[in-house]
Design a protein around this ligand. Structure first.
Ligand code: S3P
Length: 180
């Protein structure tokens, strides 16, 4: 991967986007490349609760999970030099977005609904509570339409047909060009 000067100073890099767009995989590699710490909001919440996101949804409900996301967004608004992969809806909340944008450059990872479906189906490790039910495909298309405009508020990075390394390079190019 080509190394280009990055002008990130001590800003955080925030990754948002639909489930299955690669936020965690891209974030981990990007953090390694920049020498930043990597934070995955789902992982933090799960670790703090001592249970998987799926179980938090089941036991406490989605609203409780969203409150945990909001509290974490406020907390992470005060940190520096972190790459933060956010849960798929976290940055669509205006208060969360304001908190994290304060000291962060925000990128939306995009993928087509078809690619999202393929990735989510092959990712057997993650159980996604919002996609449970008889037709994850219908659910993905509906949520995608509902959220498209919200994700479009941030700098876009297309991931369809690209490797994780290629996507990381696209983000690094944006940072080097000062585009955010
Ligand atoms: C959600 C996405 C998930 C997780 C939760 C809700 C969403 O994270 O936060 O299941 O509303 O899009 P990923 O985007 O990392 O799958």
């Amino acid at each position: 991967m080509a190394r280009r000067e990055n002008k990130t100073s001590d800003h955080n890099i925030i990754l948002t986007g639909f489930m299955g767009t690669g936020k965690s995989s891209v974030g981990r590699l990007l953090a390694e490349h920049l020498g930043y710490e990597f934070v995955d909001t789902d992982e933090w919440i799960a670790a703090r609760c001592g249970k998987a996101i799926h179980d938090i949804f089941r036991d406490q409900g989605e609203a409780a999970f969203r409150e945990m996301e909001a509290a974490l967004a406020l907390e992470l608004g005060g940190v520096k030099k972190k790459v933060i992969a956010t849960g798929g809806r976290l940055m669509l909340d205006a208060d969360n977005a304001a908190a994290l944008s304060r000291n962060g450059r925000v990128f939306t990872l995009w993928a087509t609904p078809e690619e999202i479906m393929a990735r989510v189906a092959s990712d057997t490790a993650a159980v996604r509570p919002l996609l449970e039910g008889p037709s994850p495909e219908v659910r993905i298309r509906a949520l995608y339409e509902e959220r498209r405009a919200g994700y479009a508020r941030f700098t876009p990075v297309e991931t369809s047909g690209k490797t994780i390394t290629e996507v990381v390079q696209l983000v690094l190019n944006h940072l080097a060009d000062g585009i955010t």
